[in-house]
Design a protein around this ligand. Structure first.
Ligand code: SF4
Ligand code: SF4
Length: 364
């Protein structure tokens, strides 16, 4: 199973959309448990996947090394803002299977959201790790907010030559803050006229690449959703929170979703007393997901927003419209994709993503 290990609640960046305050009333800044205690808890699981998480996990490089040296995980994943990536030594870079780096698209957009100079620093650091031993999967992880042009910003990252990202994924800056719509002049207008229209263009770009070049650009939401469409297989909550993915908070509590240590629905136990076999499938989604036709392919999008509804049901449903738009746009090409598969130009397997739980949510 996948375990997010929150190594610190501190971050060395102050992004405009981030709600991480490092509040010590919610959780301690640093882990209060020892790596021996963590190991004892994880030892029950024969297939451990560890995702280093924060705050900014590279602020605790000492713990990253200690965990890699002492815990027998099948895979190690790092979610990072990328600013300190050049501190990772070759021996540890070689141990990482996937790195998800926060970058929001074009330079001006990334620097607006994440601070002046972020874009260049992150790209330089990625070039560095590619030269110094990291050969795993590199994912550009965007936050998408009012300044984003989803078409231009995804394309910018996808078509970058040096460094090359294997995949691009994004999360909407929606439903995780209160009061609602803080960073939007008019969220409805932005969603319909900017975001949804950009998605339509991006789907056409993706499909054209598949038709003309038999090449499938690594746009994560398109891959995951199309795989479900062409196989007709229904999905669980795609981030697997509370199903096969759990987070260890700095105080040793076990959470379903890593971003919400303050919510009681999210707390499943602690590493001292709880057995791993008692963790999976203890949390059910709430409505409106069970009454939604799209549940089989959406999976419920996000456990945190399903439970908290910080923008009210009305705000929640607005975001669902974007999910439905995305699915409907891809649905238009289902028959075409099936034909290309039938003719042997592409394979069903090439759509399957992620191949293992790698902390990607798939549904933006
Ligand atoms: S589209 Fe919305 S209501 Fe439907 S399953 Fe997804 S999150 Fe739930
Ligand atoms: S998609 Fe939602 S529930 Fe899943 S990990 Fe992200 S914030 Fe948590």
């Amino acid at each position: 199973m996948l375990y997010y290990i929150t190594l610190t609640s501190l971050c060395n960046q102050k992004c405009v959309y981030c709600g991480n305050t490092g509040d010590i009333d919610v959780r301690p800044i640093n882990p209060k448990y020892t790596i021996t205690e963590l190991k004892r808890f994880l030892d029950e699981d024969p297939d451990i996947i560890i995702c280093f998480y924060g705050g900014e996990p590279l602020l605790r490089l000492d713990l990253i090394k200690e965990i890699i040296d002492n815990i027998d995980a099948s895979r190690f994943i790092l979610q990072t803002n990328g600013l300190l990536l050049d501190r990772l030594e070759k021996a540890y870079l070689e141990k990482l299977d996937t790195i998800l780096v926060s970058i929001d698209g074009r330079r001006e957009i990334t620097d607006y959201y994440r601070g002046e100079g972020s874009y260049d620093k992150v790209l330089n650091n990625i070039r560095f790790i590619r030269k110094h031993g990291f050969s795993g999967e590199l994912i550009a992880r965007m936050a998408v907010s009012s300044k984003t042009d989803i078409y231009l910003d995804v394309l910018h990252l996808l078509e970058m030559e040096d460094p090359r990202f294997d995949y691009v994924h994004w999360q909407l800056d929606a439903l995780w803050d209160y009061p609602p719509y803080q960073r939007y002049m008019d969220f409805d207008l932005w969603l319909h006229n900017n975001y949804n229209q950009g998605i339509t263009k991006l789907v056409r770009y993706w499909i054209n690449n598949i038709i003309e070049k038999h090449y499938m650009p690594g746009i994560v939401p398109f891959l995951g959703i199309s795989y479900s469409l062409i196989t007709n297989k229904s999905t669980k909550l795609r981030c697997l929170s509370g199903i096969e993915a759990f987070a260890i908070s700095t105080d040793g509590r076990i959470l379903a979703c890593p971003i919400a240590p303050e919510y009681s629905f999210n707390i499943l136990g602690d590493i001292y007393k709880t057995s791993i076999k008692d963790l999976p499938n203890k949390i059910e989604l709430d409505e409106p997901c069970y009454s939604c036709y799209y549940l089989w392919i959406c999976g419920g999008r996000c456990l945190f927003t399903n439970k908290t509804k910080l923008w009210g049901l009305d705000g929640f449903m607005k975001v669902c419209e974007s999910v439905k738009h995305l699915v409907n746009e891809l649905m238009k090409y289902k028959e075409l994709l099936l034909e290309l598969i039938e003719q042997g130009y592409i394979s069903v397997e090439s759509f399957r993503y992620p191949k293992y739980p790698n902390s990607i949510e798939v549904i933006p």
